[in-house]
Design a protein around this ligand. Structure first.
Ligand SMILES: Nc1ncnc2c1ncn2[C@@H]1O[C@H](COP(=O)(O)OP(=O)(O)OP(=O)(O)O)[C@@H](O)[C@H]1O
Ligand SMILES: [Mg+2]
Length: 465
């Protein structure tokens, strides 16, 4: 530390104040003095004091009160209380209120100097520990991404490693787990940050227009192409393109994309003029691409090309410990946005939030918190403020009745848990702490074995005949 430690000596007797001040100055400290509580607190607030030595008895307030005020302002500052010999009771109170230590008069200056050195040393250690802890907790911190769980820290460490490179990254995970957020983090932490980030929602583009959307078209390339159109790849030259919902990409566009990845060139639709671009490609999907490959819906060679680095986002269910941080984060966000004084959730509301399965993951949680903050009347979100389906997703108490057989209880527990998890048997089995096979056999017993083995898929609107 470059500057000398700054001590504040509070003592009403002038001679004692001066002697002590002198000793400590000689010992290398920078010393300020005060003759009563008021002056002490003024100096404490205006000077950067590292440690306070205060007499217990002062003309206005007591040393203990000074300590309390100091700790209120900065709890890290050690306070040493000096008591007259015999006034042990006051000293005991000081100890109880966690003064760093107390010494008795007449002062043993050498002992006091050792106490000071030790208190300052402890303070430095405590600060170092806290800094290390902070560093660990926020080791991989990206703007707006909450995630202290082991799984999310692993994700963020991957993001940190791939961001500076040009590698193609495949980002997978259930809906609402933060795939786009991660894609943006990669771009904005890369050397391309100043260049465009273009996100293409492939699933939202009609398949017939996909190639022209991505690669552009020449005037007259097809009916309706009455002027030249620059595609998304050209728009993102120098930057990053995110191909979201990549599984919806038609096979023809897949072939063109493969070539972009291999040779960095493509042609606009209706042109034979190759264009060269400098682009980093990120792809995202909530589907299992390997399965799509197995079904012939996705090119194997493209899959391998995209899958060089895969970042898999865990579902909220897999990282429950992030839940409370996310809730806190969203409460702050929506309280600010809506100018509401909401700062937390009640215990009961928290219980409901923790029990819910969150099939829509972080997005669903975000929406639920926004809804709740907007409706909240007090400073905490109550169960009444939560969206209805979350409130109702827990097992109703009246389904359990004294006198039910164990088998009946089990049936209610299984079926309600299944409902809570939207029919997802893996999650249901995990929640009930039973094996998947046990769950299957129970459901069969209840005549519910095929609830999702053969899901009923409604015919797609406008599907090809
Ligand atoms: N770890 C996180 N910390 C803070 N906010 C998050 C986190 N993960 C997701 N979100 C927020 O949740 C919402 C959904 O995230 P995002 O759009 O990235 O999900 P997605 O995986 O792309 O979903 P989909 O598959 O449905 O497109 C966004 O508003 C995002 O800001
Ligand atoms: Mg998305």
């Amino acid at each position: 530390m470059s500057r000398p430690y700054h001590l504040l000596v509070v003592e009403d007797v002038a001679s004692e104040r001066e002697i002590l001040s002198e000793h400590l100055t000689v010992a290398g400290y920078h010393v300020s003095t005060a003759r009563d509580g008021q002056e002490a607190l003024e100096k404490f607030q205006n000077e950067r004091i590292d440690l306070v030595i205060s007499d217990l008895r002062l003309p206005d307030i007591s040393g203990v009160e000074i300590m309390r005020a100091v700790k209120d302002i900065d709890p890290r500052v050690p306070v040493i209380i000096v008591t007259a010999y015999g006034s042990i009771e006051g000293a005991v109170e000081a100890m109880r209120r966690d003064a760093y230590s107390y010494v008795t008069k007449p002062l043993d200056v050498d002992q006091l100097k050792m106490d000071i050195a030790r208190a300052l040393q402890n303070r430095i250690l405590a600060e170092e520990v806290q800094q290390l802890r902070e560093q660990l907790r926020t080791r991989y911190r990206f703007e707006g991404i909450v995630g202290t769980s082991k799984q999310m820290q692993e994700v963020l460490s991957q993001v940190a490693r791939v961001a500076p490179t040009r590698a193609t990254v495949l980002i997978t995970g259930e809906t609402g787990t933060g795939k786009e957020l991660v894609a943006r983090a990669i771009h904005f932490n890369s050397p391309r940050a100043e260049k465009p980030f273009v996100a293409v929602a492939c699933g939202a583009i009609p398949q017939t227009l996909m190639e022209s959307e991505l690669f552009g078209h020449e005037r007259g390339a097809f009916t309706g192409a009455d002027r030249l159109r620059v595609g998304r790849f050209e728009q993102s030259d120098g930057g990053t393109i995110l191909l979201d919902e990549i599984h919806t990409l038609p096979l023809a566009a897949q072939a063109k994309l493969l070539r972009v990845l291999q040779e960095r060139t493509f042609e606009r639709v209706g042109s034979s003029q190759p264009m060269t671009v400098d682009i980093r490609v990120l792809a995202a999907t909530n589907q299992n691409l390997e399965e799509a490959v197995a079904h012939g819906e996705f090119r194997r060679d493209l899959f391998y090309r995209l899958n060089v680095i895969q970042i898999r986002l865990p579902s909220l269910w897999e990282r429950k410990e992030d839940g409370s941080y996310l809730i806190e984060h969203f409460i702050r966000k929506f309280a600010d946005q809506n100018k509401k004084g909401v700062t937390g959730v009640t215990e009961e509301a928290m219980r409901l939030l923790v029990r819910y399965a969150w099939p829509g993951n972080v997005r669903e949680l975000e929406n639920a918190i926004e809804h709740s903050v907007v409706l909240a009347r007090g400073d905490a979100v109550t169960p009444d403020d939560l969206p209805l389906h979350i409130r109702q997703s827990t097992i109703a108490a009246d389904q359990f009745q004294v006198g039910m057989t164990l088998a009946e209880l089990e049936r209610v527990a299984i079926l309600e848990t299944l409902k809570l998890h939207g029919g997802n048997k893996t999650k249901t089995a995990a929640a009930l702490a039973i094996g998947l096979r046990t769950l299957h056999s129970k459901l069969k017993e209840y005549g519910q074995s095929n609830t999702d083995e053969h899901p009923v898929v409604p015919p797609a609107a406008g599907g090809t005949a």
